[in-house]
Design a protein around this ligand. Sequence first.
Ligand code: HEC
Length: 157
Amino acid sequence: MKKFVVLILSIFFVLVSIFYFVPSILFDGPVRADISLKPDDQDLVVLGKLVYENNCALCHGVNLEGQERWREPDADGYMPAPPHDETGHTWHHPDKYLFLMTKYGLEEIIGQEYPNNMPAYKDILSDEEILASLSFIKSTWSREIRLQHDKINEMNK
Ligand code: HEC
């Protein structure tokens, strides 16, 4: 009888682990269902600030100001990092673009070679950390710019 219980329990645990892990393997596609920035989610924004400071600030600036003369190619012909504040064009792009750009890089998005200095973060940051960093960026924009950005998202649904 004891053996029987152990057997049933083992089967139960195997099944539970399969149901627990398989969906994450099968459904960890390139795009998660919800990749919306959440600038009003305090916890996410706090995490995002940390992620930003540790990963993005080096190029995009501690105050999101970008690199100098970011509109012109540098000596190697690469574009410098643009600002993420309102003077840049980050807010011109919908959430999905910003997320994919950060996760996979520009070449993956435009589908052609385009050597540039923006790293792809797919092996460095989790989806949540990427969303957090971008949510932090959005949280620094004025009300007007955030509303404009919401509209851009609406148009790109
Ligand atoms: C090594 C420097 C570097 C680091 C670190 C870096 N970036 Fe970038 N990023 C760039 C450059 C350069 C571009 C512009 C690429 C181009 O257009 O050629 C860019 C562009 C972008 C864009 C597109 C902006 C737009 O308006 O099109 C986003 C979004 C972005 N970066 C987010 C991030 C985030 C989030 C992080 C941190 C997790 C990060 N970047 C870290 C260099 C960097």
